[in-house]
Design a protein around this ligand. Structure first.
Ligand code: DAH
Length: 344
């Protein structure tokens, strides 16, 4: 009986070590330790043995049983480790992953962020004011005489809304200059405002879109002179267009500034020499000037104590000027044409 037990142990252990699947282990377990398994039947026979043998064989049988059970457990653990390694090996982690189609920010949004950063470095604070605005903010408080034809220059969209006794009609903001008054109402000087917002005008052709963006600066403090304006203008020109570009101001007229200027930047194609695009070497960027005393008054600021400058330029315009983009039709920017947008 002793030999039989040792045979069973050896057989079982070698079968267990050869097993490749957990199901095989189950079968082996049944074969040896099941109710009618080899070992079980042998153990049943122990009671028939002579008394003095029973204990010894009993202990041996128990040992064999334990060895088989432990071998089965160990093999089961090592099989499950192998399967996870195998599964892992099937995933080649060096394969390039699937790239989800990622978009990027619109070129105008990128320009707005860049402009914001440039002005934030010199302490200007980015704000935004309503796109649906009262006449008072965009015209009246900016010194536009009532019913004066100057209002027509701005090709304003009017909202079909009852006139307000103080603020007049409701309009789509035709420029960001109304933000000057709103900012003066919001805080006391010193004021360093950068208002970047949408502007709307009733015009749509190759060089105009009915909706576009402007960035408006307003600087108000004591003793602000034109040299402040020129300094900020030069700083912006260098930062946005590059060290080689220059800016100049020339006299102009706006209702809300006195004196008023138009600002030009040297052409990026010929660097100021004169070419087909610019003719004389300069490209017009937008307006600027010293805030008119009446505008300060309308904003509740004492013009005897404070002075300031303001400027208003087009985001689309400065971007086109910088990139030297020769877009035949400005409306392309807002046409959701991916072939165009993906280039930026
Ligand atoms: N608001 C003017 C426009 O849309 C631009 C402008 C001119 C803004 C002179 C200013 C300024 O702040 O001082 O054409």
């Amino acid at each position: 009986m002793e030999n039989e037990l040792l045979n069973i142990k050896n057989n079982a252990v070698s079968l267990i070590l050869d097993a490749k699947e957990k199901s095989e282990l189950e079968e082996i377990k049944l074969q040896f330790l099941g109710r009618s398994g080899n070992l079980t039947s042998l153990i049943k026979g122990i009671s028939k043995l002579p008394e003095e043998k029973r204990k010894e064989i009993g202990m041996l049988a128990n040992e064999v049983k334990q060895t088989i059970e432990e071998a089965i457990d160990r093999q089961a653990v090592s099989l499950s480790k192998q399967t996870t390694t195998a599964r892992r090996e099937k995933i080649d982690i060096t394969n390039p992953s699937i790239h989800p189609p990622l978009g990027h920010r619109h070129l105008i949004t990128q320009a707005i962020e860049e402009i914001t950063e440039i002005f934030e470095k010199i302490g200007f604070n980015r704000v935004r004011y309503p796109e649906v605005e009262w006449d008072w903010y965009v015209f009246e408080a900016l010194n536009f005489p009532k019913n004066h034809p100057a209002r027509d220059d701005w090709e304003t969209f009017f909202i079909d809304e009852k006139e307000h006794p103080k603020y007049g009609s409701m309009v789509l903001a035709p420029h960001t200059s109304g933000g000057q008054i709103r900012e003066m109402e919001r805080i006391k000087p010193p004021i360093r405002m950068l208002n970047i917002a949408k502007a709307y005008r009733r015009q749509s052709d190759a060089s105009h879109t009915a909706m576009f963006h402007q960035f408006e600066t307003l600087f108000i403090a004591e003793n602000v002179s034109i040299s402040y304006l020129k300094g900020v203008l030069d700083y912006f020109t260098r930062s946005f267009f590059g060290e080689k570009r220059e800016a100049r101001i020339r006299p102009y007229h706006f209702e809300f500034t006195e004196p008023s200027f138009e600002v030009d930047v040297t052409c990026g194609v010929c660097m100021g020499k004169g070419c087909k695009l610019c003719k004389e070497g300069w490209l017009e960027m937008g307006g600027a000037g010293m805030v008119h005393p009446d505008v300060l008054k309308a904003g509740g600021i004492d013009p005897k104590k404070y002075s300031g400058f303001a400027s208003g330029w087009g985001v689309e315009r400065v971007l086109m000027m910088r990139e030297g983009l020769n877009i035949d039709d400005l409306r392309l920017i807002y046409s959701n044409n991916l072939d165009f947008l993906e280039q930026f």
